[in-house]
Design a protein around this ligand. Structure first.
Ligand SMILES: *Cc1c(COP(=O)(O)O)cnc(C)c1O
Length: 440
């Protein structure tokens, strides 16, 4: 029996996949066969059948500069030949130390201590555990966490608990811990602030932390909210000693135009969670970056105050090297200009599409653009079929879009050209015309 035994029977990827692979977020009973991608370059995915597909969603928001970006690929290859992995308790290495220092330099002021993990969910789990244990270590336990309606923070249990209750989490509802829920600031910021004030008055002494996706609630439908609301929440947290956790897993590394959404709003949170674009989209990595004061709360002769948390691949050197190479690109003038150019293109296209009767709430934040598709069926929400219809139509036209229910968004890698964006928006416009013609 060899590892290739399966390939003796058939070397067809589709057959092997259909027999053995369980895909994420996929209803295998209904889903069409997955598209086999053999290579990618820039903003384009190349399929086995010869199709070229424009990746308008950065492959689930991770691909930052472009697919197969050469300088990141080179950094990975070089690091893999030098030091591929070493236990990170009791040992360190240049890529991790340099990456941690580089993150401290580019993040909002005060965020100096970096805890590395595997992905966005683990970055959030670590943040929640740090918050709760920090209060525990102080001998004044606070056990309540506040979070926003429509929030998404990942798929592990702690991350699901602070995320919005939804069809994703319903089977696990009894196992999720209770959180104090604040109204969605993209809908009514005054209601969010009033609810937070009421919560602080009633249960402020129990409140360990507030976790938010700053400025854009991503998976909840690319719901954009105001910088002054974020500042107002941050001010209240500071005044009442509540830790503010900014989940920038999606918004980080230039997606909102600025390097970080918190920086854009002039807010310095107590902790920030990073992942997705951190390695330019090459390798999985999570980072939880905290203020020195939080780190200091774990220093003690009493070993029970230790943060007993870690993952086998924490600070993998190859991953750190990729992240460093990505940061170098991100800080270049060329990247800054590309992000501004993409934002301008989004605005031009949404100005044109905004008047369409089937378009609601066109919105732009840096390199992220979104609009809601008006569709009479089944109300809004993730299960509304209009999003999947657009995704199917777009794929036939060679563009990868994956609306969140009725929320259609464009979140392209920064290499995406104006001509490529013309194609993406052309597909959306043709879909809308077709939908109007059929009276949807
Ligand atoms: C994607 C996402 C996560 C989860 O990250 P994974 O790497 O998928 O575990 C957490 N928070 C936000 C804001 C995200 O967009």
């Amino acid at each position: 029996m060899t590892i290739d035994a399966g390939l003796d029977a058939t070397n067809d990827v589709g057959t092997l996949d259909a027999r053995h692979v369980w895909h994420p977020y996929t209803q295998h009973w209904q889903a069409p066969a997955p598209v086999e991608i053999v290579r990618a370059h820039g903003a384009t995915l190349h399929a086995r059948d010869g199709r070229a597909i424009l990746d308008a969603i950065s492959s689930w928001w991770v691909t930052l500069h472009g697919h197969a970006e050469p300088s990141i690929a080179e950094a990975i290859a070089e690091q893999a030949r030098t030091l591929e992995q070493v236990i990170f308790a009791g040992f360190t290495h240049a890529p991790a130390a340099e990456l941690s220092a580089a993150l401290a330099r580019v993040l909002p002021p005060g965020l100096t201590r970096v805890f590395l993990s595997d992905d966005g969910s683990t970055a959030v789990e670590a943040a929640l555990k740090i918050a709760l244990q920090w209060w525990h270590n102080r001998g004044e336990p606070r056990r309540l966490v506040a979070a926003l309606e429509h929030a998404y923070h990942g798929d592990t249990f702690g991350a699901m608990s602070v995320g919005a209750r939804s069809i994703f989490s319903a089977p696990f509802a009894p196992q999720l811990f209770d959180v104090a829920r604040l109204p969605d600031p993209s809908e009514d910021a005054d209601a969010t602030l009033a609810a937070f004030d009421a919560l602080l008055d009633a249960r402020g002494h129990e409140l360990a932390a507030l976790i938010v996706e700053p400025l854009v609630l991503g998976a909840g439908g690319m719901r954009m909210w105001r910088e002054d609301t974020l500042r107002a929440l941050a001010d209240r947290c500071r005044a009442r000693g509540v830790l503010l956790i900014a989940d920038e897993v999606m918004t980080g590394f230039g997606r909102t135009g600025a390097l970080f959404a918190c920086g854009r709003a002039g807010v310095a949170p107590d902790m920030i969670c990073l992942s997705k674009g951190i390695t330019g989209g090459f390798l999985p990595m999570g980072a939880t970056v905290v203020r020195e004061e939080l780190f200091a709360g774990f220093l003690s002769d009493d070993r029970t105050r230790t943060l007993f948390h870690g993952h086998s691949y924490t600070a993998n050197p190859v991953t750190c090297a990729a992240a460093l190479a990505s940061l170098r690109l991100l800080e270049s003038d060329a990247s800054t200009q590309a992000r501004a150019r993409i934002e301008a293109a989004h605005r031009r296209h949404l100005d044109a599409l905004g008047a369409h009767p089937l378009v609601r709430a066109p919105r732009v934040m840096g390199t992220i653009a979104a609009l809601d598709l008006v569709d009479a069926r089944a109300g809004g929400g993730y299960l509304n079929p209009v999003g999947r219809e657009l995704a199917t139509f777009a794929l036939e036209e060679g563009v990868l879009l994956r609306p969140l229910g009725d929320a259609c968004y464009v979140l392209p890698p920064f290499c995406t050209t104006d001509e490529e964006l013309d194609r993406v928006y052309g597909v959306i416009a043709r879909f809308l015309e077709g939908a109007r013609a059929s009276g949807a």
